[in-house]
Design a protein around this ligand. Structure first.
Ligand SMILES: [Zn+2]
Length: 439
């Protein structure tokens, strides 16, 4: 009961806060999507089909992706929810959301019955999963109900009209999804990727609707092979696609469209930034991603919010080094501190599937630049700089390293300006890129 009241209050606060527009002071930018990715992607699973737990959750965990489980709380044919399993899923960051009590269509249902379905399903979930915020809803059979009633309980509600949503959905109470599997238009990993690819062009949000997996008896099944291949493709293109839950993407959008960013002070070593919004902090506590160019003369920096380090990295945007960082609106002032060297970026992402050599930053550069790479397994690795004639300029790394992300700073001495190569070599792979040293 307590949860429901709180949520109702939050939703009212949001409705009132809707008149506030985003105000981001130059030269700051807020990412349309987390990590300044080009599109958001959500995988939503309905009806609690058994392989969603046995197959999809372990698979998504492997790739560091989170999914949404639209749950029926009192339906016999789907099997009553296994709250232990759902609690585990929520603890791993997956979203447990509402799909009604009985899976009865809302079309033609009385308002009193719709309210009962909406409120009691939310109550069931929140009371069985302490700490979980049940904030989104999927209409049974994708049939719209009374949207203003739904908005009293939920931030966002899902239908399935098969289109890509724009970066801010036209109607949060009728967000589209795309039906996958044997009965839908998305059957193969290539189909998954191409629909999400079309979201890139509009900076949009692509939401998939899945039920059965393999032979679990669920409607419109996909195979676990297709699901694995799909995760693999999205993992390989993680710079383009932000894969997260329906609820997290909904919260990101509302915070992003409401956020205010203002620089409070700046000197030669420290910049203080204030990031606020007008939304309720209990519910709207998802980190947004921001960036700004580094001040002239700075080669690197780190960010902290409320005295704790936040995820930050240096990235070259149009050859200009930027600091990109995550911060929660109303989470305390952000302090950007100048550094003389880039630290190894501590990535929460799991071990990459194959080795990656990323473009150095800044590039072009003078006096120094950082080269980062990801190793899929531990082992002996060398990273060497060559000139275009193949002459070795400097061995930067030649040692055993653990799997994960590594960074090293290259500061040339006594070399001419121009193009150079850097080559990462380990057991079974050789990766090479170019960089430009300015005289
Ligand atoms: Zn359903």
């Amino acid at each position: 009961m307590r949860y429901m009241k709180v949520l109702f209050l939050l939703v009212s606060v949001f409705a009132a806060g809707n008149t506030f527009a985003q105000t981001v002071q130059e030269p700051y930018e807020v990412g349309v999507w987390h990590g300044f990715r080009n599109a958001a992607v959500s995988f939503t699973f309905d009806d609690g089909c058994s392989n969603q737990f046995a197959v999809a959750i372990p698979l998504f965990n492997e790739f560091g992706f989170r999914l949404t489980l639209f749950t029926l709380t009192r339906t016999d044919w789907a099997g009553l929810p296994d709250w232990t399993v759902l609690n585990n899923a929520a603890a791993q960051g997956h979203e447990v959301a509402a799909h009604s009590l009985s899976h009865t269509t809302f079309a033609g249902m009385s308002e009193a019955d719709q309210m009962k379905e909406l409120s009691e399903c939310q109550n069931d979930i929140n009371s069985h999963i302490p700490g979980n915020q049940c904030i989104t809803f999927a209409y049974p059979y994708c049939a719209l109900g009374n949207k203003s009633l739904v908005a009293d309980y939920y931030l966002a509600a899902r239908i399935c009209s098969g289109v890509i949503e724009p970066k801010t959905p036209r109607d949060f109470m009728a967000i589209s999804s795309i039906v996958c599997g044997t009965e839908g238009s998305v059957k193969t990993a290539d189909h998954f990727l191409s629909r999400a690819g079309s979201a890139i062009r509009t900076n949009g949000w692509c939401i998939y609707l899945l039920h059965g997996i393999d032979n679990d008896g669920g409607w419109s099944p996909v195979t676990s092979e297709v699901l694995r291949e799909t995760c693999q493709l999205f993992h390989e293109q993680q710079n383009d696609f932000w894969v997260d839950t329906f609820g997290n993407v909904s919260r990101y959008i509302k915070e992003r469209d409401d956020v205010s960013v203002a620089e409070l002070s700046a000197d030669d070593s420290t910049i203080v930034v204030q990031i606020t919004d007008t939304l309720s902090d209990t519910l709207f506590n998802h980190a947004l991603t921001f960036r700004r160019p580094l001040p002239a003369g700075w080669i690197a920096a780190v960010a902290a919010q409320n005295d704790s380090p936040v995820v930050s990295q240096i990235k070259a945007i149009n050859f200009i080094p930027h600091i990109q960082f995550d911060a929660v609106p109303d989470g305390g002032d952000v302090v950007i501190s100048r550094r003389s060297e880039v630290r190894v970026y501590e990535q929460t992402f799991p071990i990459p599937v194959k080795p990656v050599l990323t473009q150095n930053f800044p590039n072009p550069f003078n006096p120094g630049t950082t080269i980062s790479f990801e190793l899929s397994q531990s082992g002996r690795v060398s990273l060497t700089v060559f000139d275009l004639l193949g002459r070795e300029i400097k061995a930067l790394v030649d040692q055993d390293l653990a799997a994960g992300v590594h960074s090293v700073v290259f500061r040339p001495e006594n070399i001419a300006g121009g193009m150079y190569l850097y080559r990462l070599q380990g057991e079974g792979f050789l990766l090479q890129r170019k960089m430009l040293f300015l005289p």
